[in-house]
Unconditional design. Structure first.
Length: 189
């Protein structure tokens, strides 16, 4: 996510932010990196700035769900209108399981330029690189960009804005309020 590696951040896998989660039992992150909406917007615009000379890109493939927000910002800044999603699941908040592709990239987009040439892949975070590896296999010639990168996943991306240590848990603005906010689906409402 984000790469799934966003809330997928974890010791065993990835997008939350730290080496915190492991496959079955979550550990407390050693370091916390809370990100506000303002900071995430600035960092996503900085990503677009870095990507402005890397294109041209005819389409963006967004890794859901973490890549949705940075994709919207990058698409606006670079004037890209063709946006596709790839859905990969592995996390349940902070614990990671097996990776599953829930929605693949459309065949028409996959063939654009041949194996992803001219396609930009965007996620919020690359953590261990597991999600990135799956998506990269779908579009091996695409340009892969994330807002944040951890050392284990960094070799999988072409462009990123900020590197954080592997033992850092990133608290994204959509996962927090003044305190952790459970998703509505888990509150029984």
């Amino acid at each position: 996510m984000p790469e799934l590696d966003r809330l997928h951040q974890g010791g065993a896998t990835t997008n939350g932010g730290t080496s915190a989660p492991t496959t079955s039992a979550a550990r407390r992150p050693e370091k916390a990196f809370p990100v506000s909406w303002d900071q995430f917007h600035r960092d996503s615009r900085a990503l677009a700035w870095r990507l402005s000379d890397a294109g041209p890109f005819g389409a963006i493939v967004c890794i859901t769900r973490g890549g949705l927000v940075p994709t919207a910002i990058v698409a606006r800044e670079l004037g890209i209108r063709l946006i596709e999603t790839v859905c990969v699941a592995s996390y349940d908040h902070i614990t990671q399981g097996a990776l599953r592709v829930l929605k693949d990239v459309s065949p028409g987009l996959a063939s654009l330029g041949g194996q992803g040439t001219g396609v930009l892949i965007v996620d919020d975070l690359v953590d261990t690189g597991q999600t990135a590896r799956i998506v990269r296999a779908l579009l091996p010639h695409a340009h892969f960009a994330t807002v944040y990168a951890k050392p284990m996943g960094r070799p999988m991306v072409d462009t990123f804005v900020t590197e954080v240590s592997q033992d850092t848990w990133i608290y994204f603005p959509w996962d927090t309020g003044l305190a952790f906010q459970r998703p509505i689906r888990d509150t029984g409402l």
